[in-house]
Design a protein around this ligand. Structure first.
Ligand code: KG4
Ligand code: ZN
Length: 344
């Protein structure tokens, strides 16, 4: 069964084709991605209207590219999937519209997929795929969540950020330091040359007994430090970046380990853009190593938004018999959609 999928929830247009025949993990046949980062950089963040317009420009050429790469024709496609939410409404509508138009033209069913489910399952495309059940640390630009994942479609929220997400903490701290958008990768690169102990920054909720996160205070602390050091910022930027990164990573690692103890599970899966962070990976590897816990990550290029994870999630849901295939081509999108609401 061939599934083509469109991802357009934010500032990346992704198209992918998977083969979800049988019961093995769907096989990625081809995927293509266009990142709008350069366009949004001039504005210091994503401009939703520009994002939507650019998705419109990219979606057809990317689809052609994917079909050519896989040496398949659109008439071979059995199901058309798209990201239904969460994300920017106008941007989501582009993928949903393209998917429904293509499905209608082909006379094939469509499937709306939850973006976070795509992230969550993305490590199944890696060379070292996980097995259920596991704890998932989902760290994207808009979400920081710890979840118990028993099977496809069975997601129990253990804790989440009560304010900013970890990715937001990276991006906002980076912006305060004058780094270009998106700040996460820039801040982490700069941090390599800095001293993580140079600034004492807060580790919010580190010692609380629950698995919730709070990163808004960290951003305020970074702001306070930038004001305090004033003209010295340029000289001390790497130290501040390293200190901010260390604070975020320490909280993520500590809470993940608490989730492992609380659930008694032996596998941890990390997903979402911040999962690309090298310090987070090395600290999690060492914390998990000490506790004999297996930790799984998506391939680095599949940590941030892409179509492959949406095609994969569509394939895994349909293999699990979870998804009603929609035969009507009217569509809506769900810009604020909780993953628990998508459970079955
Ligand atoms: O999952 P994602 O691509 O988009 C959302 O669904 O939100 O995550 C994007 C987030 C951004 O906040 C970006 O700064 C962050 O992931 N990010 C990183 C790194 N690469 C991406 N943060 C820290 N270190 C990185 N290497
Ligand atoms: Zn994402």
């Amino acid at each position: 069964m061939l599934i083509v999928a469109f991802e357009s929830s934010c500032d990346e247009t992704g198209v992918a084709l998977v083969d979800a025949s049988g019961s093995h993990v769907p096989r990625l046949l081809a995927h293509a991605l266009y990142s709008q980062i350069d366009m949004h950089q001039a504005y210091g963040g994503v401009v939703p209207e520009l994002a939507s317009r650019d998705h419109i420009r990219r979606v057809v050429p990317l689809t052609r590219e994917v079909m050519a790469q896989a040496q398949k024709s659109l008439t071979d496609v059995d199901v058309v999937a798209y990201t239904r939410g969460p994300g920017l409404a106008g941007a989501l509508l582009v993928g949903a519209g393209a998917a429904c138009a293509l499905a209608a033209a082909l006379g094939k069913p469509v499937m709306g997929v939850h973006h976070l489910e795509g992230h969550l399952l993305s490590p199944f495309l890696s060379a070292d795929p996980p097995e259920f059940p596991f704890v998932a640390l989902l760290v994207s630009g808009g979400h920081t969540q710890l979840m118990q994942v028993d099977s496809v479609g069975c997601y129990e929220l253990l804790g989440e950020s009560i304010d900013d997400a970890a990715g937001e903490a990276f991006d906002k701290s980076a912006k305060l330091m004058g780094l270009p958008y998106p700040g996460g990768p820039q801040l982490s690169k700069l941090a390599e040359q800095g001293d993580a102990n140079a600034f004492k920054l807060p580790r919010p909720l580190l010692r609380s007994s629950n698995l919730d996160f709070s990163f808004a205070g960290l951003k305020t602390a970074v702001l306070t430090q930038t004001k305090k050091i004033g003209a010295e910022l340029d000289m001390r930027k790497a130290d501040l970046a390293a200190s901010a990164q260390a604070a975020i990573v320490e909280v993520l690692v500590k809470k993940s380990m608490s989730a492992m103890s609380q659930t008694g599970l032996r596998r941890l899966v990390v997903a979402g853009g911040v999962g690309a962070n090298a310090l987070l990976r090395s600290e999690l590897n060492s914390a998990c190593g000490k506790r004999n816990i297996r930790v799984h990550y998506p391939e680095l290029h599949l940590c941030t938004d892409n179509g492959a994870m949406i095609a994969l999630a569509a394939g895994m849901r349909s293999q699990a018999g979870l998804q009603d295939l929609q035969e009507s081509y009217t569509f809506d999108v769900l810009p604020r959609w909780s993953l628990q609401a998508a459970n079955l």
